[in-house]
Write a protein that binds this ligand. Structure first.
Ligand code: NAP
Length: 258
């Protein structure tokens, strides 16, 4: 029998910016199931907001972690090593691309714009996992990241973020292969469009969100709670036989032919 009692399990959650963040939807469900959490924030600008959210989930730690800074990632690993000794769940909900690279010509993506998008949105999954690996190895662990259909389809304006998501999904499979013997599973949730800070940075997002609801098999958009529930499944023993997969939570948009 599988149960959803996560008491005694610890989760490191990257990517909470505010109450709309998909990482926040996941964090809330993990906490409700009994897990102990550490939320990270990127830069002082977000510290207060993330601390206020964390305060609503008693026992939650908050640490700074800009994923472009190895010293900050190592400091999170050190802190959690001392406090917890092990991490059983890692949630990656981090993505960034320069605004000018999310509109206009994909072919005109600058070298620096490509580097930043891929580094923050894809390399960070590999690098963070590597830097906290001793903690993940202790008891075995599950890693979940958030991806989008632009990894495999051409989507207007997603441009270099589609490139980053393609790498993120490839990394999911390669990491699943390499970390499997260490009892570490790696999966991704491919979410349909949800109105968050990052999504609103995509030119034409509002029209695309509406169009998505009309075309999806379920004739509606998804909710952050549905992303949270799917992530919960992938992070717990309910999915103990699943690794290297992308789970679509898109109200049946991707399956449609027209
Ligand atoms: P969000 O609330 O804006 O979350 C994105 C997070 O990434 C923010 O917390 C952001 O912090 C963080 N981030 C950016 N640069 C960072 C850095 N250098 N170091 C650490 N963190 C950094 O938007 P979201 O929609 O929930 O995005 C979460 C994930 O879901 C992303 O991977 C996104 O691509 C994916 N996703 C979203 C949708 C959607 O429609 N919303 C659909 C499919 C997949 P700052 O605010 O400081 O930049």
């Amino acid at each position: 029998m599988f149960t959803l009692d996560l008491s005694g399990r610890r989760a490191l959650v990257l990517g909470v910016a505010n109450h709309r963040s998909l990482a926040w939807a996941i964090a809330k469900q993990l906490h409700a199931a009994g897990a102990t959490l550490c939320l990270t924030y990127a830069g002082e600008r977000l510290q207060k907001g993330v601390e206020e959210l964390a305060a609503t989930l008693p026992g939650t730690l908050v640490l700074p972690c800009d994923v472009t800074d190895d010293a900050q990632i190592d400091s999170v690993a050190r802190e959690l090593g001392q406090r917890w000794g092990a991490i059983e769940m890692l949630v990656h909900g981090v993505a960034f691309a320069n605004k000018e690279d999310l509109e206009g010509s994909f072919v005109a993506t600058s070298r620096e714009g490509f580097r930043i998008a891929l580094e923050v949105s894809a390399y960070s999954l590999i690098n963070v996992a590597n830097r906290v690996l001793p903690l993940l190895e202790k008891n075995g662990a599950a890693i979940v990241s958030l991806t989008y259909l632009a990894a495999e389809r051409a989507v207007p304006s997603y441009n270099v973020m589609g490139s980053a998501k393609a790498v993120l999904e490839q990394a999911t499979r390669q990491m699943a292969y390499e970390l499997g013997p260490k009892r570490i599973r790696v999966n991704a949730v491919s979410a349909g469009p949800v109105s968050t800070l990052a999504a609103r940075g995509i030119k034409g997002f509002v029209g695309m969100h509406k169009d998505h609801a009309e075309r999806a098999a379920l004739k509606r958009n998804i909710t952050p709670e549905e992303v949270g529930a799917a992530a919960l499944f992938l992070l717990t023993d309910m999915s103990s036989g699943v690794t290297g997969e992308v789970l679509y939570v898109d109200a049946g948009y991707r399956i449609m032919g027209v």
